[in-house]
Design a protein around this ligand. Structure first.
Ligand code: 6CM
Length: 256
């Protein structure tokens, strides 16, 4: 009994984030859990339009405009072998490796470390002609979520990015147009245990991924040009990012 108590406390310490003390926390908690529910909804029902497909990867969009600006919600599903959900979301969240896979970036700065799992980040994206250059200021949070629908299944991992404000980067300064974004990457690992009862290796892992994104470009941009950029850039991003994580994890111990 004492041992179980100690184990429980150890886990609480290990998994508790320092973020709950921060004023942004209620929003981080709400948006992250909303995004998780949203990602888990299927793409059936006729509102989602398939616009890109490559092997296991499928990308869907809904064409929507706000004040004449395209803000098309995007949802992508993918299945990647040999990695875990924890590894996927870790590399999506970690600013240390962002330039390894994010090709739209010019500069990036961590403005605030709220906790190990929660950051405020300012990004300057490459200019795409004929539009003005864009920046993005968002909090970024990663967490493990116990799988309540199937207790035997692996936990779910989510990384969530959502636009915010910060005194170090007011949006009305400079010539950048600030985009507004809500993005999530939700991952779940499944393990096909070896028939001979041997150890689980990367050959026995499959990671199911859902990536959702809504970006408001924040200022004038021709809708058809924006949609053409998204059609090219989103599949490129997801293929490059997942391949990066596979290569990075290969020959490394598995992080469940
Ligand atoms: O989710 C992705 N990346 C994350 C880390 O960088 C993060 C950032 C998302 C920013 C997306 C906004 C890009 C701004 C694009 C400029 C629009 C102007 C185009 C003008 C066309 C004429 O969540 C991957 C994001 C992949 C984006 C393709």
């Amino acid at each position: 009994q004492q041992y179980l108590e100690r184990l429980k406390n150890k886990q609480v310490v290990r998994f508790a984030s320092q973020a709950p003390a921060h004023p942004l926390w209620p929003e981080i908690e709400r948006v992250t859990l909303e995004q998780l529910q949203y990602a888990r909804l299927g793409v059936e029902g006729g509102v989602w339009q398939l616009f890109a497909e490559d092997g296991e990867m499928k990308m869907y969009k809904r064409e929507e405009e706000v004040d004449g600006l395209a803000v098309d919600p995007l949802k992508a599903v993918h299945t990647v072998k040999g990695v875990t959900g924890r590894e996927m979301t870790h590399y999506f969240f970690s600013p240390d490796v962002r330039f390894e896979w994010e090709t739209t970036l010019e500069q990036m700065k961590v403005l605030e470390t709220i906790a190990d799992d929660t950051l405020v980040i300012l990004q300057i994206h490459k200019r795409v002609w004929p539009a003005s250059q864009r920046d993005a200021l968002f909090w970024s949070h990663v967490r493990r979520v116990p799988n309540d629908t199937d207790r035997d299944a692996q936990d779910i991992w989510i990384a969530c990015n959502h636009s915010t404000e910060h005194h170090e980067a007011p949006s009305n300064e400079g010539k950048m147009v600030r985009v507004a974004l809500t993005v999530c990457l939700v991952c779940q690992t499944s393990i096909e245990p070896p028939a001979d009862g041997g150890p689980v290796t990367r050959d026995h892992l499959t990671c199911k991924i859902t990536y959702c994104s809504v970006v408001n470009p924040g200022g004038w941009v021709p809708t058809s040009a924006l949609r053409a950029v998204y059609k090219r850039e989103y599949p490129k991003f997801l293929k490059r990012f997942t391949q990066y994580v596979k290569d990075r994890c290969d020959k490394q111990p598995i992080l469940f």
